[in-house]
Design a protein around this ligand. Sequence first.
Ligand SMILES: Cc1ncc(COP(=O)(O)O)c(C=O)c1O
Length: 380
Amino acid sequence: MSTELIKTGSPIKVTPLKSKIAVTGSIESLVPYPPGKPIEELERELGITGSIKLASNENPLGPSKKAVSAIERALTTLHRYPDGSNFYLKERLSEVLSIEPGALIFGNGSNEIIELLFRTFCEKGSEIVMGEPSFAVYPIISQASGAVAIKVPLDADFRHDLNAMAEAITDKTRIVFIANPNNPTGTIVEAGAFDSFMSRVPDNVIVVMDEAYAEFVSSSEYPQSIEYVRAGAPVVVLRTFSKVYGLAGLRVGYGVANPELVGYMDRVRQPFNVNALAQAAALGALNDEEHLRATIGNNKTGYDYLTGELVNLGLAVVPSEANFFMVKVGDGKRVYTELLKTGVIVRPMASYGLGEYIRVTVGTPKENERFIEMLKQVIN
Ligand SMILES: Cc1ncc(COP(=O)(O)O)c(C=O)c1O
């Protein structure tokens, strides 16, 4: 053993496997979620600085100061494992949401809860009904777990077609996913349509209302999905600290569901799935009303400004209830690439089958102005 504890040196290439190792189910043909490059790498490659990221629906105002202070206070206890029961966060959230603590489950991002739902309630061949396009993670985890993704096209206004989704349910259906607002379209399912849909769903099917962007919604028609949980329906409501609370980098989200369903998922989840800093920060952010108000206010002002400017440019915007929206720009890939060269990062929609669109996250006023200025250059 070397006397140096921390070594440095060049990376050594790993020899390719000499024999074929079997992978489970349909993993071989699975196309992974495309990870973005770190901004610093992108800037180095393009030879630019000061780029802005309007691509991942994050909070442009940053994390809440209360969350940051809570993290600072938690730093000195990092040698301890986190609280596996998320005790304080659960207690506080149960007050905020007016629901018993046993109806709450936390995850390493709400993504982990999506995965837990599959691992707990699905088996090979289970059918999972979802919108198309919708959140890219649903079909990826379906395929990874050997379940079958039943993709139901959105309607002409880019909303979930709940009639068609109800018709797609069979004896094999275990879960229906409704992203509300939907990603990437920003559209919502309204309460009346949701109530009729629920009356058609067999009571052995779990309906997941993925409400990652719920706090941004201003429509009075937004369904009160937690009411369904309180009333004993197999509805699982997913929320996250990644968006309005500005804590995407920490990875913490939660599910609201019947305590019986939470109990099953608790058997499957890792005991320390939410790290200590994430728990402390989430608790801090939950109590920071000023940050929440500022974030929602910034989003409203920015959305109105951006969509107003885009419509003035003659571009069609898909009306959104979230902190992002889709806009039809013609050749979305070209516009994305040209904007990238100017240091403005948006999301092209070709991988969602919407090649004429880009998806734009609402930024700070300065970022929004820069996006509009650069877009004008790119489309002219
Ligand atoms: C609809 C939807 N659900 C869930 C998530 C996952 O959020 P997280 O895992 O960060 O909580 C996202 C993230 O973009 C999303 O758009």
